[in-house]
Design a protein around this ligand. Structure first.
Ligand code: ZN
Length: 182
């Protein structure tokens, strides 16, 4: 079930409050076009993302992202597309805490929990904890997912161009949403 207009508007307002609190200035035009995505999983508090795209040219993408407390972006990768290597993305934590999971040795007692109903669709558990000033680059085709800490998180994302329509999600229940972050 798609997000209702009311759900979308409530999430947009809440995201704006984070940007304001953190001191990230957005123009009126940008405030209007904040995107909210629930990945088609129908539970925005658990699975979702709020973002503003500053730039997405043929070579560079730049976004600002809000995750609400414990909100999760499901596991996915950005495969090679059209002769190119696939999307590379760097996350920088501006505020709060972000738990990013990537391929590698699983972290014992990870600080994020995959929402129980869909836990089987989370397969990489090497934890990278990002706090303000911390950043991490995810290279093309590397499996990853992330979750905000208990206060939520504000992140910058710098990347090569988005390849949303080609992104591969581990969870078959995910529906691609236009202009998805990740
Ligand atoms: Zn991604």
């Amino acid at each position: 079930m798609p997000l209702t207009k009311e759900q979308h508007e409530a999430a947009r307002s809440k995201a704006l409050a984070y940007f304001d609190k953190v001191g990230i200035f957005l123009t009126d035009e940008e405030r209007e076009r904040i995107e909210v995505a629930d990945f088609g999983l129908g539970s925005l508090p658990e699975f979702g993302v709020q973002l503003i795209t500053y730039l997405d040219t043929q070579r560079v993408g730049a976004k600002e992202v809000v995750l609400f407390p414990r909100q999760t972006v499901p596991e996915h990768r950005h495969p090679p597309v059209g002769g190119g290597p696939g999307k590379e993305e760097t996350f920088r934590c501006r505020w709060g805490t972000m738990y990013l999971y990537v391929e590698g040795e699983p972290t014992p007692a990870p600080k994020a929990q995959a929402p129980a109903a869909r836990r089987e669709h989370f397969t990489v558990w090497h934890e990278v904890e990002l706090r303000p000033g911390g950043q991490y680059t995810v290279y093309p085709n590397q499996v990853h997912w992330f979750q905000a800490g208990p206060e939520g998180a504000v992140l910058a994302e710098f990347s090569t161009p988005g390849t949303d329509e080609y992104d591969q999600y581990t969870d078959p229940g995910v529906k691609r949403i236009p202009e998805l972050v990740a």
